[in-house]
Ligand binder design. Sequence first.
Ligand code: ATP
Length: 306
Amino acid sequence: MAVFQTMELSKRFGDRTVVDQVSLSVQGGEIFGFLGRNGAGKSTFINMLTGIIRPTSGQIEMFGQDVRNEQWKRRIGVLPDYSTFYDSLSAADHLRYFARVKGVALTNEECMRILGAVELAEHASRKAKTFSFGMKKKLGIAQAMIGDPEILFLDEPTSGVDVESALHIQELLRRLHEKGKTIFMTSHNLHEVEKICTRIAIMKSGKIASLGSLDELQAAQQTWRQVQVRHSAFATDEHPALHAFIASLGRNLSWGDGRFSLQVDEEQKVAALVRALVQERVDIYGVNVEVPSLEKIFMQDADTYV
Ligand SMILES: Nc1ncnc2c1ncn2[C@@H]1O[C@H](COP(=O)(O)OP(=O)(O)OP(=O)(O)O)[C@@H](O)[C@H]1O
């Protein structure tokens, strides 16, 4: 079931269209990675979904209902692109305060459990003014978890935190996902998105340039991929047609001892290559296909709409 759905959602600031007729549906249980260069419109899109700003046009359905019915607000948790904390309140005070604003009960036990999940339990009584940037980020994630929401909207949950903390946050997101939570997050860390996200959208100039699982995005790429095959020995002169066929599939073919490599421009050619070898009774010991990384896809798709 779709947790939320947008239909031709747009936002204009003055005469500038920042989100341009985006239709997107996110299903329960996804960790959805929302990517794009600075200024692509990611935060604006999240801010419309979470009710921080109003769309210029289009529709949003949250949990199958039009967003004008505000019941859904307690069912979501939000880490906005910037969080404001009060210098004189402690971490635990902040969670109690945010729980009151959200209108949900928060026991001391639950408060400490949430702070523990973001590694802030031992700093529960410390005032926010003494917190580092990374600690404030974790406090922001903690406040998003108040009320055990079904979906978390996290705008750059790991930006500005050290490597160890980022890994811890990724682990936390994985655990929340395992418990059935849906996560919609933006990130500039493509390696992180590659590791944890089940589906990815790449936004460019207010539109979605690519959408799919990492496998789907990789399969859709027209870039060359490197194929290496290890095989049993076969004499070139006995299999001239096979040699010619392999050469016709791609470029930069090179033969080694019991192996060859070449570059092909689509996955189907790898399948054709393997089929041809099997038909000629050549044993295959290994096939390695280097698919394009998310970074490569991002660099290509981020240029799709200029
Ligand atoms: N309140 C506003 N008024 C005018 N322009 C705005 C406003 N909010 C955002 N913008 C502009 O809209 C564009 C998209 O901004 P947005 O913050 O959505 O991008 P983003 O993809 O989240 O970027 P980043 O990765 O840098 O966070 C930017 O050019 C930004 O300056």
